[in-house]
Ligand binder design. Structure first.
Ligand SMILES: C[S@@+](CC[C@H](N)C(=O)[O-])C[C@H]1O[C@@H](n2cnc3c(N)ncnc32)[C@H](O)[C@@H]1O
Length: 251
């Protein structure tokens, strides 16, 4: 039976709501920043995702819009007040997705977590400043803590931008060629958990350095095997931790 338009509409998946990123920050003017450009910028214009940057200072209760205070027990720096940050979080309770505090003490962000966040309705990101956030808000709200890596940024904003960028590029319709996602580092599938193979483009000879012969052969299977071998070699040499996980997954 030839499907009618009514059949097709009934069978079509419900249109997905835009993926929504809510960012709590004392520097809302840092957003969208790089997220307004290139892939993420175009995807936002296309209505695939939306961004809301909320000023934590709007939840301060004093004339000076204070969000921080000196640490109990002494020591350097200032700490973000629990009452103000909690009020800011309460103000976005109805926004979609888990609430995450960006922190060097958190679990390091990886592609598996990015995939899970991108598959959900969105994310709420709390950007720390100063020495960080009063521990009681983290405990009271059971905030997930996510780190970008073993280094210290001056604030959570660059980490929030990186996390959002990593999620947005996975949203359906953002990258035209889904094959590009399937082949990159940390992808799922046959190459699960491997770093990507190296890339080459024109000119074929540059500063006396030639492109690997096999890439000019036009032999798809040989190219596939060469790339696979390169991905394995790079992962084994550079990331023994990923290599171990990859071999465990295979066995
Ligand atoms: C100067 S840092 C605070 C560092 C903290 N006193 C420490 O030693 O762990 C200020 C804020 O930047 C953000 N930040 C710094 N490094 C980060 C990282 N590696 N990943 C995610 N966020 C980070 C956090 O939001 C943090 O609250």
């Amino acid at each position: 039976m030839t499907p009618t338009l009514d059949h097709m509409i009934a069978a079509a998946p419900a249109p997905r709501r835009p993926w929504h990123a809510t960012v709590l920050t004392i520097f809302p003017e840092m957003f969208p920043g790089p997220l307004g450009q290139s892939l993420a910028g175009k995807a936002s214009e296309a209505g695939i995702w939306t961004l809301e940057a909320i000023d934590i200072r709007d939840y301060a209760t004093d004339r000076h819009r204070t969000v921080d205070d000196a640490p109990f027990g002494g020591g350097v720096g200032m700490v973000m007040r629990p009452d103000v940050t909690d009020a800011a979080l309460a103000g976005v309770d109805d926004r979609p997705g888990p609430a995450i505090y960006l922190s060097p003490r958190g679990r390091t962000l990886d592609q598996a977590r990015v995939r899970a966040l991108a598959a959900g309705p969105g994310v709420k990101l709390l950007c720390g400043r100063f020495e960080g956030l009063d521990q009681r808000v983290i405990d009271a709200r059971g905030l997930e803590e996510v780190s970008l890596g073993d280094f210290v940024l001056s604030g959570g904003e660059p980490a929030a931008i990186a996390l959002i960028d990593a999620c947005v590029r996975l949203l359906p319709g953002v990258i035209g060629d889904a094959g590009a996602l399937a082949e990159e580092s940390f992808a799922l599938g046959a190459d699960a958990g491997l770093l990507e193979y190296p890339h080459y483009t024109r000119p074929a000879l540059w500063q006396g350095r030639a492109v690997p012969e096999v890439l000019l052969s036009g032999h798809h299977e040989k190219i596939r095997l060469w790339r696979r071998e390169q991905a394995e070699q790079a992962t084994r040499a550079r990331r023994p931790d990923l290599w171990r996980r990859h071999t465990e997954l295979k066995n």
